[in-house]
Design a protein around this ligand. Structure first.
Ligand code: SF4
Ligand code: SF4
Length: 110
């Protein structure tokens, strides 16, 4: 098992700052979904992490803690995260790469 970034969407969806999405060195890893948190009344959405692309470098943790001061990202062991997003495909276009993700539950290990 290894560490990946986990975003507290309740905190993130109350800010709309999007700062971490500009600093992750792995392309198409921190994504922003404007619909996340809508059921709690959030108008802004939330960032989330495609865990299959995350290298656990913790740059996003520093950005969220120190630059944005929102403390919404922690590194967690991948098997401790209840719901994950993984990449199912990337399309390369003239304007850049667009990744498609699936969000799913992590199967608990016996
Ligand atoms: S820096 Fe923190 S609060 Fe801002 S978008 Fe990223 S996770 Fe959300
Ligand atoms: S830990 Fe590093 S690779 Fe993973 S989402 Fe954060 S900045 Fe990107």
């Amino acid at each position: 098992m290894y560490l990946v970034a986990e975003i507290d969407q309740e905190i993130c969806s109350s800010t709309s700052c999007r700062l971490c999405t500009q600093f992750c060195p792995e392309s198409n890893t921190i994504q922003y979904d404007e619909g996340l948190g809508a059921e709690r009344g959030s108008k802004y959405g939330s960032a989330y992490v495609a865990v299959d692309r995350c290298k656990g470098c913790a740059i996003c943790v520093w950005v969220c803690d120190t630059m944005a001061k929102h403390h919404a990202i922690k590194l967690e062991m991948i098997d401790q995260i209840p719901a994950i997003a993984t990449t199912v495909g990337i399309q390369y276009t003239e304007r850049g790469a667009v990744a498609t993700f699936v969000k799913s539950e992590v199967a608990s290990e016996g």
